[in-house]
Design a protein around this ligand. Structure first.
Ligand code: AKB
Length: 317
């Protein structure tokens, strides 16, 4: 990897991946793009190459690839689960047409591609606990439908055209720099912000609803380590189950109380997001990722909580 293009780079994962990759590979070797500049993100857009790219416009992507002689695309432009249910058409367009455009350019120009998939690929018929790598999927959200289709499309481009496609099924990602953009797991980020600001939080996901989660530094390592892994060892190239913890709102509250004893958790459940959460696994089996490319998270719930609260205290107070 010498020249990397990140699409959707100003979002939750991209903002932090940009900093990490620029540190590793050099700022001029990590070209970032998004559909528009965002205020508050000048540290990223001014500190290295930034281009406006709407992933629906294949020519825009292709021109940037040529301009910088890109050899790897990390395609993060996507619509998440909750927003996808409000606007299924947009979700299909961005997640599928965007990916198709990226794959076609990769085929023409011989690029390596990373595209994140998600726990959203699973559905109500999927085994819920320690969900296997290969199992029944049949998701019931548009986001999940696009993510399964994306996994299959990436597999197809690898098998048919030899495009070096790679990806993981991300669980909920918890981070302190950039808020997530409309997912079902977002409560697990908001709870930390409100813990620091108000010492209380009202959760839109119900007590006892387990989902997999991961702290952002582990998510960034996953992207970089999979991109750098020996491709000949990858069997599940585009769909690796990965996780760091399986938790429900009370688990996070109890972890926060180790640092803020008076923290209070209430519930005002959103039926739409609750239904989505209930259709997803409680916990994933990530043994194939561990075996095939050495996946191993560094943060558990308490070490994540400690770091989140420290970082948010510095940011918000
Ligand atoms: C969402 O909740 O939509 C995302 C995801 C799990 O892919 N965070």
């Amino acid at each position: 990897m010498k020249k990397i293009l990140i699409t959707g780079a100003l979002g939750q994962i991209g903002s932090e991946l940009t900093v990490k990759m620029r540190g590793l590979y050099g700022k001029d070797n990590v070209i970032i793009s998004d559909i528009e500049k965002k205020s508050g993100k000048e540290d990223l857009t001014e500190s290295g190459p930034f281009e406006i790219i709407n992933v629906l416009d294949a020519k825009q992507i292709s021109d940037v690839v040529d301009k910088y002689k890109i050899d790897t695309i990390v395609n993060l432009a996507a619509i998440l689960s909750a927003v996808g249910e409000k606007n299924p058409n947009l979700c299909w367009q961005i997640n599928m047409t965007g990916l198709y455009n990226v794959l076609e350019i990769a085929r023409e120009k011989g690029l390596r591609i990373f595209t994140p998939s998600s726990i959203a690929v699973f559905g109500p018929n999927t085994p819920k606990d320690l969900t296997p790598q290969d199992t029944i999927m049949r998701p019931t959200t548009m986001y999940g439908v696009t993510k399964v289709s994306g996994e299959l499309l990436c597999d197809y481009y690898y098998k048919k055209f030899g495009v070096d496609t790679r990806g993981v099924r991300f669980p909920g990602i918890i981070s302190y720099n950039t808020l997530p953009g409309g997912g079902t797991t977002d409560y697990a980020v908001h709870i930390y912000y409100d813990a620091v600001l108000k010492k209380s939080y009202t959760s839109f996901i119900d007590k006892g609803t387990y989902m997999d989660m991961m702290y952002i530094p582990d998510a960034l390592d996953a992207v970089i380590n999979l991109l750098e892994a020996d491709g000949s060892k990858l069997i599940h190239r585009n769909a690796f189950n990965i996780t760091a913890m399986s938790i429900e709102p009370e688990d996070i509250a109890n972890s926060i109380r180790k640092f803020i004893p008076e923290f209070r958790l209430d519930y005002d459940v959103d039926p739409v997001r609750q239904k989505i959460a209930e259709s997803w696994p409680n916990s994933l089996d990530d043994s194939e990722a561990r075996k095939q490319w050495g996946w191993k998270p560094n943060y558990d719930l308490d070490s994540m909580t400690k770091d989140m609260l420290e970082k948010l205290n510095m940011k918000l107070n």
